[in-house]
Each structure stands twice: as C-alpha cells, then as structure tokens.
Design a protein around this ligand. Structure first.
Ligand code: G1P
Length: 302
C-alpha cells in the first residue's frame, strides 16, 4: 500500500446486473435471459465473467430476476454432464464447462421489481459492504472474445486518484446519444478524464458530448446512499447515471476511461448489433472461423 485508500486486491468483487427483460430481443428472450444468448460458442454472460476474472475480479454477484435461473445453472457444476464427458474421454470439453481456472465465486440475488439499473445495483449493497466494487453490465462484452483490460485500468485509476467513481466510455455517433448515458468531460487524456456532468439518454441536441457510458463502472460504496436519493424517472426507474450525477454535484471525483479500439463494447441490446457481434466472434473462432469465412463469402456471393 503506497498511501492508497484501497489496495488493488480490495477491488475484487463485481455486481453484474442481469435482470433486464430483453424486450428488444423478443421472441428469442421470451423464456431465456438475453445474457444467455450465444455469441459464437459461449453465452454472452460467460464472456463477462471471463473478462472480470482476467481483470482480477473474482467475487461476482448476479442481480437476477424472474426467468434467469439458467444463468445460475450455467455456472453450476453438473455431475451428470461431467460423468458423460468423462466416460467418453471428452476432457477438452470438460475443461470448458468446469470454469475452475476462473477461480470465481458466484453469488445471486433477485431484483424483485424492474426499477432500473440504479435499483439493481442497490440490491448488491450488503454484498459490497464497505469495499469499492465493479459494476459490469451482463449484456455487454468488451473487446473481441472479451480480451479487455479496461476494468483493471479503471481499478488502478480509482485507487491512484482516490476517486469515488470511474466509468468506461466510448464515442458513439451523435444521432445515437439517446441510447446511452452521456458524459460531459472537463479535461484529461483518454486514460483519465474528469467528468463534470452525466445525462441519461439525452436527445442529440441536448447531449453534452458523444462519449457514452460503456457498461463498466468502479464505485466507492458511497454510491448506495446516492442511489437512494435518486428520484425515479418517467418510467419509474432509478437510473445509475443520476446517482453518479449526484456525486459530481457534491464535488466527488468522478473519472472516465476511454475504451481503446480493440476493447470496444459489443452491444447485444438489439438484433442488428447482436447479429453483427455473433458473426464477428464466429469469424475470429480459432477452430471454425476460417471455414465460416468461406461459408459467408459464398452466402454473400463474394
Ligand atoms: C445502461 C445505462 C446507460 C449506459 C448503457 C450502456 O442503459 O443506463 O447509461 O450507457 O447501459 O452501458 P441500458 O442499455 O440498460 O438502457
């Protein structure tokens, strides 16, 4: 410890909200969570878990809802499957479904009503306790095959600058600001920008910039009190962005880290971007990618 309030290892827990209804992906999400939709060979949420573990975050709380039991099942051990794979000497497959090398502890709680992302994070208050923690949205993959070290960079910055919050941001086309939380930046470099204000899903003419919050956050536990002070929006939802705005208004240090090109956020929230993400990941598959490329070329007549 070199005077930092928290040693790096203290930021080893993450809250992963996975309670959203996924209505933009119906009927695929009628009875299965959108976080369990496959992207190439793995469900989306597995990429999120692997990314967190690779960034030194090993205690993970899923904030789930109705119809989300398959997430728990996915990360649980399955003795029948184990026996079947073992008996047929499918040891490689066995490794892929054990998740042991992740060294991860999984916890689950339910958000009982759809009251927004801020409320979902509040469900993790007892889990986080007095320690800083990561929030990683369960429907957002960072980087091709989740090879992003953004969370570790954010955790380092959080400690080094004694921040109250660090958010990941990326540029979006100006006409898309109404899909994201948008930040207003004072100064800084891509690795460390001071955030002055945040607005949740502003119309392009009201957006303070084209830098969108990209699904990863590091928080001091003081965020919980601020979430409790946020008033519900028009849809009755408590927005996490509004709690961070309160932090800014109180003069707390809120910083942003810009994602690099290689760790862009893959948005799974709608069909066009889900299709694109699936194809990009499948093309990069070490085993099947090359053959799939040829299939695609044939299909598009190239
Ligand atoms: C949420 C956040 C928003 C953020 C986005 C992508 O919105 O509220 O600030 O920009 O995730 O990380 P949602 O996609 O859940 O509507």
């Amino acid at each position: 410890m070199t005077g930092a309030r928290y040693s790096h290892r203290v930021i080893r827990s993450a809250i992963i909200p996975v309670a959203g209804l996924g209505t933009r992906l119906l009927p695929a999400t009628k009875s299965q969570p959108k976080e369990m939709l496959p992207v190439a060979r793995k469900p989306i949420v597995q990429y999120v878990v692997e990314e967190l573990a690779a960034n030194g975050v090993h205690d993970m709380l899923f904030v789930t809802g109705r119809n989300k039991a398959s997430i728990e099942n996915h990360f649980d051990s399955d003795p029948e499957l184990f026996r079947a794979l073992d008996a047929t000497n499918k040891t490689e497959l066995l490794q892929e479904v054990l998740f042991e090398e992740l060294n991860a502890n999984f916890f689950y709680t339910r958000q009982r009503q759809q009251q927004g992302l801020g409320d979902a994070v509040l469900c993790g208050e007892n889990f986080a306790g007095e320690q800083p923690f990561v929030v990683a949205l369960g429907d957002s993959i960072l980087g091709l095959h989740a090879r992003s070290k953004a969370v570790a960079r954010m955790a380092d910055l959080f400690e080094a600058r004694h921040a109250s919050c660090v958010v990941a941001v990326e540029e979006v086309p100006p006409e898309e600001t109404s899909h994201y939380g948008i930040v207003q930046i004072a100064d800084g470099t891509d690795d460390c920008m001071r955030v002055l204000n945040l607005v949740e899903k502003p119309a392009p003419e009201d957006a303070p910039s084209n830098l969108a919050i990209a699904g990863r956050y590091v928080f001091s536990p003081l965020v919980f009190d601020l979430i409790r002070r946020v008033k519900p929006d028009r849809k009755g939802e408590i927005q996490l962005t509004d709690a961070i705005q309160l932090m800014c208004e109180e003069g707390k240090r809120v910083l942003a880290v810009k994602l690099t090109g290689e760790e862009r956020r893959y948005d799974i929230g709608n069909f066009p971007s889900y299709f694109e993400t699936f194809v990009e990941f499948a093309l990069a598959d070490p085993l099947y990618g090359e053959a799939f490329r040829k299939t695609l070329q044939r299909l598009v007549g190239g």
